[in-house]
Ligand binder design. Structure first.
Ligand SMILES: Nc1ncnc2c1ncn2[C@@H]1O[C@H](COP(=O)(O)OP(=O)(O)OP(=O)(O)O)[C@@H](O)[C@H]1O
Ligand SMILES: [Mg+2]
Length: 362
C-alpha cells in the first residue's frame, strides 16, 4: 500500500510518499518546485490559492488570506473564518480542507495516481476534539488519516532508528521550527525508541529569528531614508518574507541580499546581510536555546557527555550557529549523515510510520 507522510507544521508542510511497489520513499516538490508548502490559504474572486502563490499575494489581499491555517485547528474558540470576497464564513475545517485538497492534488499529479492514506505529524498528543477537526479537514480534502505521529518520533524514524540493527545509544532530537523549539532525549536500541524527557519553548523559533532580522532592516531603512516603516503592515509583511528567504540562504552562504522594490513611500530597499551580522542579531534567542538544553539535561539528570547522537529537524535547525553550539555543548556526539534537509525529516518519518503500519496488516 502506498502511503503519504505529511508534516503539517504551523508554518509549512512537507510531503513524503512511500511507494510499496517501488520500495521507494520520496519527498515531493510542489508545482513550483518547492519541497515545503507554506500553510497559507487565500481567496481571490472565485479562485482558491494555496501555498507559495498565496504568500506572494498576501500583502495585497490580507483580509482574504489565512496563514498558519493548522493553528486554527487548535483554537476551539474559533469555529469560522470570515472571507470578505466570498461574502460568507467558512468553517475552520473547510479552510484546512482546502489545504489538504492541495496536498491531495499535488500527490496525484506527481505520483500519477490517487493516494488517500496518510500519516500526519502533530506537535503533541491531540485531544479528541482537535483530532476530530484534523480528521474532518483531511477527509473533506480527499485524505484519510490512518494515524498521527508526534514530531520527535517522526524525526527518529527519518534518521533510521526504527532499524532493529541499530546499536544502543542516547540520542538528542532538536526540532527547531517556525513557532517553537522542542528538545528531547531518547534511549534507542535495536529499533526500540524510549522517550526520556522533552522540553519546549516559543522563545526560540524561526519566527523570532526572522522578526529580529526584519526589525534590523526596518531600522536601517529608517536611518537611511528618515522614513519609519515598522508600523507599515504591508511593508513589514514584504520585508518579513524576504528575511525568511535570507535566513535560508544564510544557512549555507556567508551573505544574503535583501531587495524590495518600493518598500515604503515608493523607496526601494536593498541590503547585504552577512552571516556574522545575522548571528549577532540572534544573541537573545540563542541564550534561550542554551537554557533550554541545560534545563533538559538537568531535569533528566544526565551529563552532556552521555549524548551520543543529535538528530536535527525543522528548517532553522540547519543554521550553522545551531550546529556549532550543539557541537560544543555535546563533545561526544555526532550528527548522523542523512540525504534529506532538516525541514523534510518529519514528513519522511511520517511516511516510514505509514509503511510500518501497512507492513503490520499485510
Ligand atoms: N536550510 C534552512 N535554513 C534556515 N531556515 C530554513 C531552512 N529551510 C527552511 N527554513 C525556514 O524554516 C522555517 C519553517 O520551518 P519548519 O518547516 O520547521 O516550521 P514548522 O514545522 O511549520 O513550524 P513548527 O514546527 O514550529 O510548527 C521557514 O521560515 C523556512 O524559511
Ligand atoms: Mg515542525
Amino acid at each position: 500500500m502506498t502511503v503519504i507522510g505529511i508534516d503539517l507544521g504551523s508554518h509549512t508542510a512537507s510531503i513524503a510518499v512511500w511507494y510499496d511497489d517501488k520500495n521507494l520513499l520520496e519527498v515531493l516538490a510542489d508545482d513550483l518546485g518547492f519541497r515545503s508548502i507554506p500553510c497559507v490559504v487565500a481567496f481571490r474572486g472565485e479562485e482558491t490559492i494555496v501555498g507559495h502563490s498565496a504568500v506572494s499575494q498576501q500583502h495585497k489581499n490580507t483580509n482574504n488570506t489565512f496563514d498558519e491555517v493548522r493553528s486554527l485547528l487548535f483554537n476551539h474558540e474559533q469555529t469560522h473564518c470570515t472571507v470578505p470576497v466570498l461574502e460568507r464564513d467558512l468553517t475552520v475545517e473547510e479552510v484546512n480542507s482546502l489545504f489538504f485538497r492541495n496536498i491531495h492534488n499535488q500527490v496525484k499529479q506527481q505520483a500519477g495516481k490517487i493516494i488517500r492514506e496518510a500519516v500526519v505529524t502533530v506537535p503533541s498528543p491531540l485531544d479528541e476534539a482537535t483530532k476530530k477537526r484534523y480528521i474532518e479537514s483531511a477527509q473533506a480534502g480527499g485524505i484519510r488519516i490512518k494515524s498521527f505521529i508526534d514530531d520527535s518520533t517522526a524525526t527518529l524514524l527519518a534518521y533510521g532508528f526504527d532499524d532493529p540493527n541499530t546499536g544502543a545509544s542516547r540520542t538528542l532530537v532538536v526540532d527547531l521550527g517556525w513557532s517553537r523549539c522542542t528538545v528531547s532525549v531518547y534511549n534507542v536500541s535495536s529499533g526500540a525508541i524510549v522517550p526520556v524527557h522533552t522540553l519546549s519553548t516559543t522563545d526560540v523559533s524561526g519566527k523570532i529569528f526572522v522578526k529580529l532580522l526584519a526589525d534590523y532592516c526596518a531600522k536601517e531603512f529608517q536611518r537611511k531614508h528618515k522614513i519609519p516603516c515598522n508600523d507599515n503592515k504591508r511593508a513589514m509583511m514584504r520585508l518579513t518574507r524576504e528575511c525568511e528567504q535570507a535566513m535560508k540562504t544564510l544557512s549555507t552562504g556567508g551573505e544574503a541580499m535583501i531587495d524590495i522594490d518600493s518598500l515604503c513611500e515608493g523607496i526601494d530597499y536593498s541590503s547585504k546581510i552577512s552571516r556574522a551580522r545575522f548571528e549577532d542579531l540572534l544573541s537573545i534567542p540563542i541564550i534561550h536555546f542554551k537554557n533550554l538544553i541545560n534545563n533538559l539535561l538537568q531535569q533528566c539528570s544526565i551529563d552532556a557527555s552521555s549524548i551520543q547522537q543529535i538528530c536535527l529537524a525543522g528548517g532553522p535547525s540547519a543554521l550553522p550557529k545551531i550546529h556549532s553550539l550543539l557541537k560544543s555543548t555535546f563533545p561526544n556526539s555526532h550528527f548522523p549523515k542523512v540525504r534529506f534537509e532538516t525541514s523534510e525529516a518529519q514528513a519522511i518519518g511520517a511516511a516510514v510510520h505509514g509503511k510500518h503500519l501497512f507492513e503490520l496488516v499485510s
